[in-house]
Design a protein around this ligand. Structure first.
Ligand SMILES: [Zn+2]
Length: 156
């Protein structure tokens, strides 16, 4: 565990890891972080599979579920719930895929920093899906989506 700084735990960061670097950027709107908690955060996927594709990650650079503490695991699941509650108010999706890709072979774009995907789904959005693959392009601009979602991700 790192020291508590500015309400957030600090850990050894890895460079060139988006989940380590984005939380360090405080410029509003530029890091696509929708919500920060003490051990983890919610951000938009900048290579989204679908509109409002979110990712939840711990601040700590850890690859495996078994590397996380019980507190981190609990908060990750709390952040999944918060994401769903917020998304249900912000957008009208027909369903959601929620999942974790463990390892590059399983489709993880960033395999050494665990993250949970939340992908809103709409009827007819695709017929055959690389469900959690991080490769698909989409029409709506990230910045617009961020503006739409942000008000729904305020602290409770
Ligand atoms: Zn990392």
């Amino acid at each position: 565990m790192g020291a508590l700084e500015n309400g957030l735990y600090s850990f050894k960061k890895k460079s060139n890891c988006v989940f380590c670097e984005k939380p360090q950027l405080n410029k509003k709107g530029k890091n696509y972080i929708l919500f920060r908690d003490t051990l983890g955060f919610i951000m938009m996927n900048i290579f989204p599979y679908n509109n409002a594709h979110l990712m939840i990650a711990p601040y700590r650079h850890a690859a495996n579920l078994e590397d996380l503490t019980s507190e981190e695991l609990a908060q990750m699941m709390f952040l999944v719930k918060k994401s769903l509650v917020s998304l249900k108010k912000a957008i009208k999706a027909d369903g959601y895929n929620i999942g974790i890709n463990l390892g590059t072979v399983a489709g993880a774009g960033i395999a050494d920093h665990l993250h949970i995907h939340i992908v809103p789904r709409w009827l007819g959005d695709t017929n055959f899906m690389p469900i959690l693959a991080e490769t698909k392009v989409l029409p709506q601009h990230l910045d617009n989506t961020f503006e739409i979602l942000q008000p729904f991700f305020q602290p409770e």
